[in-house]
Design a protein around this ligand. Structure first.
Ligand code: G
Ligand code: G
Ligand code: MN
Ligand code: NA
Length: 250
């Protein structure tokens, strides 16, 4: 497992980076925040996708360390942005079995000076699959710090709906597969509409992921979706380009 060996050394060699992808409010078309997305600049393989290295990091016990680094880096960089845009950080289910998670988040806020309400933690429902009571306790402690909690990849799991009753999520992110198929597939369009309606009824904001066209944007706005994220606005960019994105779409 060459990738595994390289991954163990990647930290020491400072090969990780955090990219940022803009999220825009559909009400006033302003940028409301960015999602932090890990990148691995491998000297031979080039940019390795998190879809490839996050699962390996989870397997070999490196995900908590990588996740902690992404969190601290994202909080520090966001604290320097002009304005008070939110920063969304992905948490792996494995990080929830680490007893220090709440302290790690609290320390990242303290060290960076980022206001807690600007930090949003994205979790997938697989976090809630096992050890639900312990996970819910952690989510409540995180909420007590003042951070927001979002459910990522909504609609792709087993019982997304049930989890909405077990914890007061601030946001659900509609999985990009539904957004992609929305223009051509009536069922996907119906699912997107239903999720947005659910969000409106429950007072949970909705972010549509993978929005690539103006047509998708218009439809999502008409249906009451709160925010969008996707190539239509911006691809994920390095920290140095966040200011340019904010200049282009304030
Ligand atoms: O940026 P990209 O679309 O290639 O990301 C692929 C997947 O990797 C996404 O599902 C995203 O949630 C996940 N991912 C990206 N960065 C992180 C991270 O810092 N931690 C975790 N746990 N997942 C991440
Ligand atoms: O955390 P999550 O799994 O949702 O990560 C989002 C992933 O989707 C990132 O890897 C990002 O690069 C990718 N992505 C973001 N916007 C778009 C888009 O508009 N179209 C497509 N195909 N992929 C996108
Ligand atoms: Mn995400
Ligand atoms: Na997602």
């Amino acid at each position: 497992r060459a990738l595994e060996l390289d991954l163990r050394r990647a930290f020491a060699l400072r090969q990780f980076e955090v990219f940022y992808q803009a999220q825009m409010s559909l009400q006033d078309r302003r940028i409301v925040g960015f999602e932090a997305l890990a990148r691995w600049r491998h000297p031979q393989r080039g940019m390795v996708s998190p879809a490839d290295f996050i699962p390996v990091a989870e397997e070999i016990g490196l995900i908590s360390q990588i996740g902690e680094w992404v969190l601290l880096t994202a909080c520090r960089e966001a604290a320097r942005w002009p304005g008070s845009h939110r920063i969304a950080v992905n948490l792996s289910p494995i990080q929830f079995s680490n007893p220090g998670l709440v302290e790690t988040v609290s320390a990242a806020l303290a060290t960076s000076g980022l206001a807690p309400e600007r930090l949003e933690l994205e979790i997938t429902e697989s976090v809630l699959l096992d050890n639900t009571a312990a996970t819910l306790a952690i989510l409540h402690r995180l909420r007590t710090l003042g951070v927001r909690i979002a459910m990522d990849d909504f609609g792709t799991g087993y019982s997304s709906l049930g989890y909405l009753r077990s914890f007061p999520f601030d946001k659900v992110k509609i999985d990009q597969s539904f957004i992609r198929d929305m223009p051509t597939d009536g069922d996907s369009a119906a699912i997107v509409k239903a999720i947005i309606g659910l969000g409106v009824s429950l007072g949970i904001s909705t972010t549509a992921e993978g929005v690539e066209t103006e047509e998708q944007l218009n439809r999502l706005r008409a249906e009451g979706c709160t925010d969008i994220q996707g190539y239509l606005l911006s691809k994920p960019v390095p920290a140095a380009e966040v200011a340019a994105v904010l200049n282009r779409i304030p």
